[in-house]
Write a protein that binds this ligand. Structure first.
Ligand SMILES: CC(C)(COP(=O)([O-])OP(=O)([O-])OC[C@H]1O[C@@H](n2cnc3c(N)ncnc32)[C@H](O)[C@@H]1OP(=O)([O-])[O-])[C@@H](O)C(=O)NCCC(=O)NCCSC(=O)C[C@@](C)(O)CC(=O)[O-]
Ligand SMILES: NC(=O)C1=CN([C@@H]2O[C@H](COP(=O)(O)OP(=O)(O)OC[C@H]3O[C@@H](n4cnc5c(N)ncnc54)[C@H](OP(=O)(O)O)[C@@H]3O)[C@@H](O)[C@H]2O)C=CC1
Length: 423
């Protein structure tokens, strides 16, 4: 869908409707105000309105040989352009290759010693291990329909965190749901039994957002020619990107920014498709720090032929059922446009968009710098913020980019000049 961005909003809706076979009139779900106040009032508490964000579609994504139009909701200019841009380069190498771990999440029950100063965790640990089968069956009894769908409790581990504190981790296959509510129920069902059998006190009963058993793994291989740009060769860009990856692997200060670039894409897909983005953020950063040092989520290497090879593993606690996926009309349509049929596939798309977002940013940073591409698109929101309307927006953007000072005060001044000239 080359040139998709040059169409107007209506033209883009026509193109997406034609590509997805979703009836054109359904796109009204993306009109302003489609989340009515009554529904909003039922989604959260103390509602006084709704907050709208632009919803866009990223192009060029081919994952495991299948084409996706990827809905993204974000307030930052250039994020969608960057993802589409990098996906086009990656497509030149055959696209993204993705696989998923099983949809396993962890429910935690905290247990504390009955009497301070007399800790003896071993008998409690032994009692829990001995009852493993019964405890897994009890967990399954909380969700018979999940078990019927092929999900349910898979494993149970006991870890001694301190002489007077244990945690029981129950691994649960939650199929196509994000799983938080499912797992919290299981933790609450197990807690009294664990307490009875050990004599220890049950504390917190909640899922863990470190979804490291449920990762999406995505790789890609990009021919250097696809990375060439204004005034730089593909080989130079590829080498610069591999070096940028090493920088992030060696320095947590850089890794944080590197991962911000990854999350530009991941969060935008999460928001558009009605996911719990706080859970995804928490999981991603906890995973990035799991080895003790904070690490980049996506890495890049040159292979012997000089192609650029990228890889990402992302905890993917996402679902195509439950949460807000059925309540928010725009999220519902976004999921339909994406056409992901399972939570695992949605996680793979998110990881692919994270990898693409990272590639676009690193390519710009390692060559011409971020400002040309990013700031020229950011200039549009600066122009609107300064009060430009209709045809004034393009004219003001042009002048702002020419002035190389894309700032609010400058935009107000240039808009004033523009209006005086046309009087
Ligand atoms: C901004 C571009 C894409 C321009 O890139 P360009 O070279 O001017 O683009 P092009 O005209 O050659 O077009 C190439 C493709 O890009 C897409 N594209 C191109 N323009 C548009 C547009 N207006 N709207 C939508 N899509 C666009 C589109 O897919 C197009 O293909 P086509 O449709 O022509 O076949 C490029 O410079 C770029 O990728 N820059 C990176 C920008 C970026 O990473 N932004 C994120 C914000 S910065 C940040 O938050 C993170 C950071 C940087 O700190 C992370 C880090 O440090 O690692
Ligand atoms: N720390 C955190 O991250 C926390 C997050 N949350 C919130 O929890 C919500 C997510 O919890 P979650 O349990 O996913 O959501 P829900 O409870 O909304 O939905 C899951 C339910 O969907 C039904 N279902 C239908 N089809 C399937 C399928 N194919 N696979 C799996 N389940 C299916 C199941 O119910 P049935 O079997 O009865 O049909 C299942 O219990 C989010 O809103 C999140 O914000 C809440 C607390 C803490």
């Amino acid at each position: 869908m080359s040139g998709f961005f040059r169409l107007g909003v209506d033209g883009r809706r026509d193109a997406v409707a034609a590509a997805t076979h979703i009836p054109r009139d359904r796109f009204a779900a993306l009109d302003p105000g489609s989340l009515d106040l009554g529904s909003a009032d039922n989604l959260i508490e103390n509602v006084i309105g709704t907050l709208e964000l632009p919803l866009a579609v990223a192009t060029n994504f081919r994952i495991n040989g299948r084409d996706f139009l990827v809905p993204m909701a974000v307030e930052e200019a250039s994020v969608v352009a960057a993802a589409s841009n990098a996906a086009k380069m990656i497509r030149a190498g055959g696209g993204f290759f993705a696989r998923s771990d099983p949809p396993w999440m962890i429910a935690q029950v905290q247990l504390t010693a009955p009497r301070a100063g007399e800790p003896a965790p071993q008998p409690a640990v032994a009692a829990i291990h001995a009852a493993r089968g019964d405890l897994l069956a009890l967990a399954d009894s909380a969700h018979p329909r999940l078990v019927a769908r092929g999900g349910g409790a898979r494993d149970l581990l006991v870890r001694v965190l301190a002489p007077d504190m244990l945690v029981v981790d129950v691994v649960v296959d939650c199929q196509d749901a994000m799983g938080a509510n499912l797992l919290n129920t299981i933790a609450e069902v197990l807690a009294p039994r664990l307490s009875d059998m050990t004599g220890w006190t049950a504390g917190l009963r909640i899922l863990s957002n470190l979804a490291d058993r449920r990762r999406a793994h995505v790789t890609c291989r990009v021919p250097p020619g696809a990375l060439a740009g204004r005034g730089f060769s593909g080989a130079a860009a590829a080498a610069g990107i591999a070096s940028a990856s090493r920088f992030a692997e060696l320095d947590p200060y850089r890794a944080a920014t590197h991962n911000k670039g990854v999350m530009n894409g991941v969060d935008a897909v999460a928001l558009a498709t009605g996911q719990d983005w706080r859970a995804i953020e928490a999981g991603a950063h906890a995973y990035a720090g799991l080895t003790g040092a904070y690490r980049p989520l996506a890495t890049w290497r040159l292979d012997p032929e000089g192609w650029l090879c990228g890889a990402i593993s992302l905890p993917a606690a996402v679902g195509v059922v439950g949460g807000a996926t059925k309540v928010h009309p725009a999220a519902r349509l976004a999921l339909e446009i994406l056409g992901a049929t399972s939570g695992a596939e949605l996680g793979q798309v998110m990881a692919a968009v994270g990898l693409a977002s990272n590639l676009a940013a690193l390519r710009a940073l390692a060559t011409e710098g971020i400002q040309r591409g990013h700031m020229s698109l950011h200039a549009r929101s600066v122009a609107v913020g300064a009060g430009a309307q209709g045809a004034e927006v393009d004219l003001l953007v042009h002048r702002l980019v020419e002035s190389a000072e894309i700032k609010h005060d400058r935009a107000v001044l240039l808009l004033h000049e523009l209006r005086s000239e046309s009087r």
